[in-house]
Design a protein around this ligand. Sequence first.
Ligand code: FBP
Length: 550
Amino acid sequence: MEKSPLQIARSSYQPKLPGVFKKDVLLVEGEATQSVADQEDIQKLFPNTYGMPLVTFKEGERKEYPQVNVGVILSGGQAPGGHNVISGLFDGLKKLNPNNRLFGFLGGPSGLVDHKYIELTKDIVDDYRNTGGFDIIGSGRTKLEETEQFDKGIEICQELGIKAIVIIGGDDSNTNACVLAEYYLKKKTGIQVIGCPKTIDGDLKNDMIETSFGFDTACKVYSELIGNIQRDANSAKKYWHFIRLMGRSASHITLECALQSQPNICIVSEEVEAKNMTLNDVVDYIVKVVVDRANHGLNFGTVLIPEGLIEFIPAMKKLIAELNDLLADNEEFNALETNDEKRQYVKAKLTPESRVVYSDLPKGIARQLTLDRDPHGNVQVSLIETEKLLIEMAAKKLAILKGEGVYKGKFSTISHFFGYEGRCAIPSNFDADYCYSLGYTAAVLISEGKTGYMSSVRNLTAPAEQWIAGGVPITMMMNMERRNGKMKPVIQKALVRLDGAPFKYYVAHRDDWASYSQTYIYPGPIQYFGPAEVCDLPTHTLMLEQGKMK
Ligand code: FBP
């Protein structure tokens, strides 16, 4: 494998671990837990893994851990740091018992079902330390939900002597991890399942999981790009840049990038929903800022748009929910050949309210809403070009205002979508350390016989030495939600909280950022070598949430 000079230098970076792992550890059980909501339903569905205690570690005596073979799966979209979870897991397993072995299932959860795997040896792991991407074993979005799939998993685990599986994934994949853990306990297979919180989206978080890995690096990459665009905009003074950012539903990425770069406009989907705003209201806000700036001679600016926006506009949300139910396994619809036939079919089946909304959308956007769902039943929002829709609508309104003499500026636009650019970036120091710690913690949880837990590392705005490692029962994060037309137990998604410090900080500053005063920040590229205050900083979101930024 050919390597860049940075990759060579970076491969010798030794990620930091929570201080407790410098010594031998003792597992400490805390209080029994319950699910965030729908306790009765979740307990019924998970009789063996419900209510387990939180666990942490403290210094203990040296113990002999029995030899274990472990399998690891990377699941869902790439997020910077996945390779470090694997290297932390590998090093943790070897430290606890040098005869421990690690197998990687190839191409995501399907590797477990189809029995595709490799043994991850030191040579292989060493090649991927501190690198971005999931290419060490590949990833995939196969949903593990059928008992036949679980049974195929048992077969391969028995063949390879695997005693535990680590699933590195987002909320849906960790929901699957929990279902798998429950099934393996029920069947007394002795196979443990541990989850690790991954997703650039930042929406897998709660009191025990302060952030998902990859969020830090991805936001830093996008913020660098936004900063560069802002500097260009401020130099040329001729374009409005509409920048859509990944993040599926929650607006954490968009908000974090706004905190880092201070754009003129940032739309937060959760606020749009809470204020019951229509698409027109969102466009009116954009138009107001464009006109104000134009009145001060500034015909340029930046607008950040979360990719999930469309799903948060109440009327659109209702439409999408109807489409989700209508299109789930709908062979009749799938058999239709032309876009026009599909459009007519959908229109005939929608409620009158949603039919109006659907019919009013530009055809391209309406079609994007009926494209294939992902295996978890979600609309693939990354395919919906909301930034172009907003540009089109804003341009129309501005033309009217121009006709009325209210607006005299120029509205030249450029659209961008940042998502894939950041998902495989070389992990920042924060993600490199956090991921390595998550993997290492997973190894200890396995050796301590735990199953149905998510690896947890907390106190993340303190130096790594003071991070708190432990495990959280996955059932604790669950509630019941409607998916593919049925009620299902799933990990509750963490949306941007409007009473949270990051959003409040944004609200306190947004008028200033929107105005003619120059407030752009240019964050620059991630730094891997240099002073800690430049290289090791966590996200603004975490710092604001933990009172480390005012
Ligand atoms: P995960 O939830 O699996 O981490 O994926 C996140 C994400 O990057 C979203 O931000 C985006 O909407 C989606 O994946 C894109 O999916 P795909 O990789 O299948 O194009």
